[in-house]
Every structure is written in C-alpha cells, then in structure tokens.
Write a protein that binds this ligand. Structure first.
Ligand code: UGA
Ligand code: MN
Length: 254
C-alpha cells in the first residue's frame, strides 16, 4: 500500500524549518505520497519551491481558513481547531484521485511540527480499517495511548475527557483509504467542541472501537511525539537597524 500523508501548513517564521525536518523524515519512507495543503489564499513561493526541490512524490494544494475561524494571537490554542479545511482538501483530493478498486492506500495526518520515528510508517502501512498507537508529549502527560487488552482497544489513557469515543490525537491513527469511499461525506468539522476533532472525524467514518488495530507493540511504544516549536522572536531586528543602520536582508529566505 501507498502511504498518503496529509500535512496542513501555514506561513510563519518557523515554517521552512519545520517542513525541512518533516521532508527529511519522509524521504526515508518508500511508497509515500505527500499531500501538502497550505492555509492560504494562494500557493506561496516558499512552499512551491521547497516542494519542487524535495525529490518526493507530492501534491501541493491550498485553502484559506476564514478569518472568523482563525486563532487570535491572544487566544488559547485549544479555542479553535487548526488545519481543518486543509485536511479536508487533502481528503477531497484523494477521493478525486485515488481509485480504491485498483490501488491500496493508507492515509495519515502528519502535522508539520511533530516528530516521527520511521518505524511508525511501517506500522501503519498494513491498516485494514484504522490503526492506532500512542503519542508522546501530548495532553500534558508523558504520553497518551489507547488502553489495549487482549489485542483490543478498551479505552484511553488520557487526562482530558477519556470518555470521548476516540480520545486520540491526530498523530495517533491512520486509516485505510478505502474508508473514504464507503463514507463519501466523512470529513473534519470546524465547529467541533474542544478535543472533538479527531473523535468526530472517526465517528463520521463509521468507525467503532472494535475496528481499531493497536500497533506499536500493543500500544506500548512511542513512535511519534507531539513536539511544538518555540516561537522565534525578532526583537533584535529593529534594535539592529537603530544601532547599525540595517537589519537582516529581506531577500534571504529563512
Ligand atoms: C493539536 C493536534 O495535534 C492537531 O492535530 C490539531 O489540529 C490541533 O491540536 C487542533 O486542536 O486543531 P497543535 O500542536 O496544538 O495540535 O496544533 P498546530 O501544530 O498549531 O496545528 C496543527 C496543524 O495545522 C499544523 O500542521 C499546522 O501547520 C496547521 N495549521 C495551524 C494551519 O494550517 N493553520 C493555522 O492557522 C494553524
Ligand atoms: Mn503541533
């Protein structure tokens, strides 16, 4: 099976660094197609050129998040879900371009800032319906994970609302691409309440707990980390202009 990795991404100071790290991971994975979806009105030069040089099989899409759904700088990050319309654009592309009767595929939603062990991709490659595994450094815990008994998922090791049907981070599951065709309306909702994004998506796919395939040694190994990059400050740029007459060259892409 081909692994289709859907990555939402948006312009910010750290974007190229994040994408570079993710690209170098994905370059080590065979039979992989990277669907990069920019949260923007148009495709940016930075991402366009980056992908052209990437030596990876990829699709470049874009769709902007409407202003009213964007987080303000002062909002707590859990107030509104991120990357929703972008992941949906990736799903639409798959429904338009992947043929489940002639191909085998697995879909994984890989945020641009997380850290991925290469073993994860081989764990997910043979997914019948939905594979699940632990995610490190998430939920203000060392890890969150599906609770597995006799090879079945019984519940969730999470602090926050473990009673959710699927109390799992985006990084913690992959789906067989054929599911998208059995449930042709299934997608992410921008209106979900806090922590409901993943759970409601899996529910819309018609998935039940019984369908979940625990990977990573019965969900005991951490193969993906929900890392978050510190915001870089530019506070010396202006000071530099004042003190030395010029700051960093805006023509140099960072
Ligand atoms: C957590 C989950 O790990 C995400 O998968 C989930 O989308 C998010 O919460 C949520 O609640 O929506 P977190 O680290 O807080 O993740 O989110 P980000 O990494 O800031 O964003 C997730 C993805 O969306 C990233 O790939 C990011 O580049 C993208 N994004 C973020 C956009 O496309 N547009 C934005 O305005 C912000
Ligand atoms: Mn993140």
């Amino acid at each position: 099976p081909i692994i289709y990795v859907i990555t939402p991404t948006y312009a910010r100071l750290e974007q190229k660094a994040e994408l570079t790290r993710l690209l170098y991971t994905l370059q080590h994975v065979i039979n992989l197609h990277w669907i990069v979806v920019e949260d923007s009105e148009t495709k940016t030069q930075l991402v366009t050129r980056f992908l052209q040089k990437s030596k990876l099989s990829y699709t470049h899409l874009n769709v902007p998040t409407p202003e009213e759904y964007k987080l303000a700088a002062t909002d707590p990050n859990w107030l509104k879900p991120r990357g929703v319309l972008q992941r949906n654009a990736g799903l639409k592309w798959l429904r338009d371009n992947f043929n489940p009767s002639t191909g085998k595929g697995v879909v994984y939603f890989a945020d641009d800032d997380n850290t991925y062990d290469l073993l994860l991709f081989e764990e997910m490659r043979f997914t019948r319906k939905v594979s699940v595994w632990p995610v490190g450094l998430v939920g203000y815990l060392r890890y969150e994970r599906p609770v597995v008994k006799d090879g079945k998922v019984m519940g969730w090791h999470t602090y926050w609302r473990p009673e959710r049907t699927f109390a799992i981070d985006m990084a913690g599951f992959a789906i067989n691409a054929s599911l998208l065709f059995k449930r042709s309306e299934a997608k992410f909702s921008i209106h979900v309440k806090r922590g409901g994004l993943e759970s409601e998506f899996l529910t819309s796919l018609g998935v039940t707990l019984d369908d979940l395939e625990p990977k990573a040694d019965g969900c005991t190994k951490i193969l993906v980390w929900h890392t978050r990059t510190e915001k870089s400050s530019l506070k010396n740029e202006e000071k530099m202009i004042r003190k030395y007459g010029q700051g960093s060259d805006p023509m140099i892409e960072v």
